[in-house]
Design a protein around this ligand. Sequence first.
Ligand code: ATP
Length: 227
Amino acid sequence: MYDPVVTLQRISKVYSRAGTEMSILRDLSFSIPAGTFLAIMGPSGSGKSTLLNLMAGIDRPTSGIVVVAGTRLHELSEGDMARWRARHIGYVFQSYNLIPVLTAAENVELPLLLTHLSRAERTAHVKTALRLVGLADRMDHYPRQLSGGQEQRVGLARAIVSDPTMILADEPTGNLDRESAEAILTLFVRLNRELGKTIVMVTHDPRAAERAQLIRHLEKGVLETPP
Ligand SMILES: Nc1ncnc2c1ncn2[C@@H]1O[C@H](COP(=O)(O)OP(=O)(O)OP(=O)(O)O)[C@@H](O)[C@H]1O
């Protein structure tokens, strides 16, 4: 158990475009205790996805140190980072990002292809993950044969199948109707409460954020706790 799971120390992120520098995150420091379900809110363009991607090791800060699951991410090579990410991060995307030519079960199995698990073990893990999201009867369906809500539940099964240290979700309910969104949020709450998963969710939706234990607002590159 890593506690805190995430520590950000004096993180800054600056993008340069057409000779102009844009400071997206400014001297940001905070940590996320193990077992937290945190929602990050903030206006469009405030850097929420950038912040999530720093925690996932998908992006690197301009300055500052990111420590996730006991690892200082800047010390990893790209190859080590990919292996580290497969072990520790489950990522849920707004637009699901399922591979259309693979079935639900094959999509969920993908992260396990990077592990040493046997085929039989992989199948067992895939079944467990799909059962957990209530889609045991849709294993052989292709994404086009699923509703948006079901596709996102497959996305969530793929994120949890390797039992990662942390789940990161970028607007996971952004493309869903209210009922499907509630189903996904209820799954997040269960994963957090029953399995102790640390979850960081970026969202615009105050009703989604309310389901988290903790809400932080990103405003002009700084994280604020609402009153
Ligand atoms: N690779 C990049 N190069 C240059 N600018 C970028 C890059 N990625 C993001 N930005 C800029 O950084 C800012 C923050 O982007 P980010 O996607 O993190 O915001 P966000 O809060 O997640 O927004 P939204 O809610 O609209 O998804 C935006 O102004 C964006 O244009």
